[in-house]
Design a protein around this ligand. Structure first.
Ligand SMILES: [Zn+2]
Length: 259
């Protein structure tokens, strides 16, 4: 099952690269074995790759780009829009994370308490029933979440993703894993734009989450990001030994550090 081994091989490569680089200060209590920073293998930053809405282009231009490089992403599905559960089951089986993007993609801040609860619960239940995956992350539609929404989501999820108003990356110790910020490249975003945001995250030792909708195909998904731009982001990150992992893996790593 080489497809399933990909992310693990990438992690191993990152661990080996970390072991080989630079002097290591005294060890701390991190069970991951990272001697000198918050991320596994001494990685300079973390990067999560999020795909929203379950667009068909994620299957034709997202999964393959990740798997060619042995890394795993997080695919946030709007369950009422899913037409091919078998395809997403295969994505989960290959080691990627499936997350909720609700049932019908409403602005959760404007729905009733009853609908809010249903959007949170039914989307998670549908993905788990259809694919067998464990769903622990949610991307709030329109990146809209107020205190009521966040607290409702906290009952069912361990990670919640917004967009950003200020800094586009999260610190190594996010204040609230249910209010993670992300950057959202669009069709006109350049590889240089993304390289600069990644460089800022690396300089801060932080965690950059990049959320995209369409990839490459203008007929599938909002503001499709050119494939070549996305590939450059992945290659920039790998070249710098950035730790690339699904949202929930990063949250679990952070929780394991004893936050
Ligand atoms: Zn969306």
């Amino acid at each position: 099952m080489p497809r399933a081994l990909g992310p693990r091989l990438a992690l191993l490569a990152a661990l080996l690269a970390g072991c080989a680089s630079g002097p290591a200060p005294a060890d701390d209590d991190d069970a991951s074995g990272d001697p000198d920073g918050p991320w596994p293998g001494g990685a300079p930053a973390a990067l999560s790759l999020a795909f929203d809405d379950g667009d068909a282009s994620h299957l034709t231009h997202g999964v393959d780009l990740l798997e060619e490089r042995g890394v795993a992403g997080t695919f946030f599905l709007t369950t009422a829009w899913v037409t091919d559960w078998d395809a997403w089951t295969a994505v989960a089986s290959a080691g990627h994370e499936l997350g909720s993007h609700t049932v019908v993609h409403p602005d959760l801040t404007s729905v009733s308490d009853t609908q809010l609860e249903d959007e949170l619960v039914a989307s998670k239940a549908a993905i788990e029933a259809e694919t067998g995956a464990s769903v622990r992350s949610i991307a709030y539609p329109f990146a809209a979440a107020d205190g009521r929404v966040v607290e409702a989501a906290r009952a069912y999820y361990d990670a919640g993703r917004l967009a950003h108003e200020g800094t586009p990356w999260n610190p190594a110790e996010p204040a609230d894993p249910l209010q993670l910020v992300s950057t959202a490249p669009i069709t006109t975003t350049t590889a240089s734009d993304l390289r600069a945001e990644l460089a800022d995250a690396v300089a801060a030792g932080g965690w950059l989450i990049v959320q995209v909708h369409g990839i490459e195909d203008s007929a599938s998904g909002w503001e499709p990001v050119p494939r070549v731009v996305y590939e450059q982001l992945l290659d920039d990150a790998l070249q710098q030994d950035v730790w690339i992992a699904p949202l929930i893996e990063v949250v679990d790593h952070i929780e394991g550090r004893g936050r």
